[in-house]
Design a protein around this ligand. Structure first.
Ligand code: 6V0
Length: 332
């Protein structure tokens, strides 16, 4: 017997609203921060979690389900079997091996490549039309690996890249100028990591280019101060990890922000890791790194043609070469 008596002629469900499904692979600190931000922001109708550890996975699923009375209605599933992800519109990969004491970064990366060989084929097999959003580190190389393993067109493989670095950058600039970070337009591009490139020439605050803004406010423009802010961005992740053991909240918001732009077809510009070959003179090989890209329901809709100074372009090409050097040593 149905709980509600049916109302004659009532439509079973609204035909105008499209059903969305997001899957998150890796229910660790990062995956769960992403999952909880997606839930609180009402970004999906269905959320599937996958991890290799069944007890932890079930515990995380139950813990989220128990918040149902306080959240928008979302069906939450979890399984170690990728069948649970079938028909996803967006698959977010955060699974990663942890560095063993004394292990080289290259060895860790090779272990993550082996992990991706187990994850990507079943994931895309169950959702052949999905968009892949890679978060696991090193995110640029692993986005390339995911692209190769998936066989997808490059517009459907995105790395979270420097979206988070750029958010840290905007926070620090906003803090320095005592303005709202949402009014600061600023991009970090290139590698998500030590060789990232701060695009000082295109920063604006409330529509005013930042360098002239600083002049107008009679705040002395010091190159060292700007470089110091960029160094703080690079150090940011290391500092959080040394203090609390991992990063989670900012990457959770950062990835939920990307999920919103993609699934709601917002056509917003985000610095994310995309196939960069052919842009800004990057021609050394197939490499994923962050560029300001427009995101929507089709994934990467285009790359913005930002004006870079010669120094910025050179740094970007150096960043591409840094990633390629690592990539070329991998067995995929
Ligand atoms: P974590 O807490 O160790 O979580 C990793 C999870 O992956 C664990 O729950 C594992 O059980 C799971 N896992 C391992 N193997 C598999 C597998 N074969 N299938 C499914 N799940 C598996 O790590 P944490 O969540 O802190 O970090 C995850 C990844 O995100 C790491 O690679 C980080 O370096 C990376 N980050 C990337 C950021 C970015 O800006 N791109 C930011 C923060 C962290």
């Amino acid at each position: 017997q149905a709980f509600f008596k049916s109302i004659m002629n009532a439509a079973p469900s609204s035909p105008t609203k499209r059903h969305n499904k997001i899957s998150v692979v890796g229910a660790g600190n990062v995956g769960m921060a992403i999952a909880q931000t997606i839930l609180t922001q009402d970004l999906t109708d269905e959320l599937a979690l996958v991890d290799a550890i069944p007890e932890k996975l079930r515990g995380e699923m139950l813990d989220l389900q128990h918040a149902a009375a306080f959240l928008p209605r979302t069906k939450i599933h979890a399984s170690t079997d990728y069948a649970v992800t079938a028909g996803s519109d967006l698959c977010i990969v955060t699974a990663g091996a942890r560095q063993i004491n004394g292990e080289s970064r290259l060895n860790l990366l090779q272990r993550n490549v082996t992990l991706f060989q187990k994850i990507i084929p079943p994931l895309v097999g169950h959702s052949p039309d999905t968009i892949l959003l890679i978060v696991s580190n090193p995110v640029d190389v692993l986005s390339y690996v995911a692209w190769k393993l998936s066989g997808f067109p490059s517009n459907r493989v995105i790395g979270s890249g420097t979206n988070l670095d750029s958010s840290r950058f905007r926070f620090l600039i906003a803090d320095h100028l005592d303005v709202n970070a949402q009014d600061v337009q600023a991009f970090i591009v290139g590698e998500h990591g030590d060789s990232s490139v701060a695009l000082w020439s295109s920063i604006s605050v409330g529509g005013v280019p930042v360098l002239s803004f600083l002049e107008k406010q009679e705040i002395a423009y010091e190159r060292e101060m700007l470089e110091k802010i960029h160094k703080e961005v690079i150090q940011g992740a290391y500092e959080v990890i040394s203090l609390k053991g991992y990063t989670s909240w900012a990457i959770g918001y950062s990835v939920a922000n990307l999920a919103r732009s993609i699934l709601r077809n917002q056509r917003r510009v985000h610095p994310v890791s995309v196939l960069a070959k052919g842009f800004y003179g990057i021609d050394g090989g197939e490499v994923f790194l962050s560029l300001p890209a427009q995101l929507g329901r089709g994934g990467v809709l285009g790359v913005t043609n930002v004006h870079l100074t010669e120094e910025e372009s050179q740094r970007l090409r150096d960043s591409a070469n840094t990633i390629l050097e690592v990539q070329n040593q991998l067995a995929i």
